[in-house]
Design a protein around this ligand. Structure first.
Ligand code: C2E
Ligand code: CA
Ligand code: CA
Length: 417
């Protein structure tokens, strides 16, 4: 098993080569290295690093090709940290440290992803990101996304897709989740993972949420009207709308929701307010007050990505909650990791005891669906039967859906091994 090791590089030797897959990072102990990127067939030096610097750190997060070459400009001593060693250290770290690391690496990756995916600025290099120029580029790209997003909202480039949610116990359509998309005229379809965090940071999320609620209400009515009675559950269809913690801070989310429902003529029971547990914990008092008012008029409160946060279960009593949406990561590992199966089983049991419903997200296989059926889960959502659909396709879905067959294997839920 490999672990951190000291290494030496002679002047002119290459530590990291652009385009190759990265397996390790280096901490420079002595000597200097230069960072080079290829531009128009020429190697351009974009920085120099000396003792104490960390280079090639993206290899700790993923195995994408290196985006720069690093060469020793003099004899160097370095400590090599392999991804395997890093992973092992993280696994054995204190849980709080582990969580902080996970959050930081995810944010770092998102930040780079945003810059690279959108390409509002010339591509920056992962290795160069620690230099202030690259950070400046990222900040600039965030501002550009914000400005373009504002215009996009006015120009009607934002739209909602609808992913069906199925009552797994009878395989009938129970509702949909509304997921935002940005149809960018030049860059094509941009995922909410890119622009929602920017909207949250800049405050534009308030307008986006209002837009989503408006459009989702219209869609709810249309989908309900078009639904073939034999394919849907007897209760009215519901549509889940995602909200962010900022929506709860202003103190007028409730009034806006109540007025919108009245204006659109949609029953409150048909709208599920989706909010993640991590967001709830950021502003618990404000969220509780608004959620209680929303719930009083019949809106359904769903906890999104349940289990992925790092909060205490006691909040399940603190907040008014109707539905738990089990995080996709548990579903993904349920068939390979017995502990995940135990967790899914426990969440379903917990919800039942607390009088809540459960939606399992990210169902991709018939096996996962069969397990959730056997565990008594209420609803499932996932690529196994449908990706998020444009509105017209969602309309076809409620008219023509043909439920795939479940495969039930009672042994697959046996966790007493
Ligand atoms: P989320 O609320 O957890 O939504 C579920 C995400 O999982 C969606 O990604 C969906 O397309 C994806 N998904 C569903 N089934 C499967 C599956 O079987 N396999 C896999 N691999 N993925 C599946 P999407 O649409 O890219 O949305 C990402 C996130 O962006 C959402 O996560 C939500 O947090 C946020 N988001 C989307 N629309 C809105 C919105 O209108 N407002 C706010 N505040 N956030 C939104
Ligand atoms: Ca959601
Ligand atoms: Ca989710």
């Amino acid at each position: 098993m490999q672990s951190s090791a000291k290494k030496q590089f002679k002047k002119g030797e290459t530590l990291i080569r652009e385009g190759e897959r990265g397996e390790c990072a280096y901490v420079i102990e002595a000597g200097n290295v230069e960072i080079l990127v290829q531009r128009d067939g020429q190697a351009i030096q974009i920085g120099v690093r000396g003792p104490g610097s960390l280079i090639g750190e993206m290899a700790m997060i993923d195995d994408k090709p290196r985006t720069a070459t690093v060469r020793a400009v003099e004899d160097c001593d370095v400590i090599e940290i392999t991804r395997e060693d890093f992973g092992r250290r993280v696994e054995s770290a204190d849980p709080v440290l582990k969580m902080v690391l996970r959050v930081l690496t995810t944010r770092y990756r998102d930040m780079l992803g945003r810059t690279e995916t959108i390409r509002f600025v010339p591509s920056t290099t992962a290795e160069a990101v620690e230099n202030s120029e690259a950070f400046h580029d990222i900040a600039l790209s965030t501002i550009k996304i914000h400005n373009e997003l504002k215009v996009a909202l006015q120009r009607g480039e934002l739209t909602l897709f609808y992913q069906p949610i199925i009552d797994v116990q009878n395989m009938k359509i129970a509702g949909f989740e509304a997921l935002m998309r940005w149809k960018h005229p030049q860059k094509g379809m941009i995922s909410p993972g890119i622009f929602i965090p920017v909207a949250e940071e800049s405050g534009l999320i308030l307008e986006l949420s209002r837009f989503a609620l408006d459009v989702a209400c219209d869609a709810t009515k249309e989908l309900q009207k078009a639904a073939s009675p034999a394919l849907v559950v007897p209760e009215p269809l519901f549509v889940g709308v995602n909200f962010s913690v900022k929506d709860f801070m202003g103190g007028n989310l409730f009034t806006h929701m109540r007025d919108t429902l009245a204006k659109k003529g949609v029953a409150a029971q048909q709208i599920h307010l989706e909010i993640t547990e991590t967001l709830l914990m950021e502003a618990p008092e404000a969220a509780k007050a608004e959620l209680e008012k929303c719930r009083e008029i019949g809106l359904n409160v769903s906890i999104d990505d349940f289990g992925s946060g790092y909060s205490s279960l006691s909040y399940l009593h603190y907040f008014p909650i109707d539905t738990l949406k089990i995080d996709q990561s548990f579903i993904r590992s349920m068939t390979t990791h017995p502990n995940s199966l135990v967790l899914v089983k426990s969440i379903i049991g917990l919800a039942r005891n607390l009088g809540m419903k459960v939606i399992a997200e990210g169902i991709e296989t018939v096996k996962e669906a069969g397990i959730l059926y056997t565990l008594g889960c209420d609803y499932i959502q996932g690529y196994w039967f449908s990706k998020p659909l444009p509105f017209d396709d969602a309309m076809k879905f409620v008219k023509n859906w043909q439920p795939p067959k479940l495969e039930i294997d009672n042994n697959s839920v046996n966790t007493n091994t």
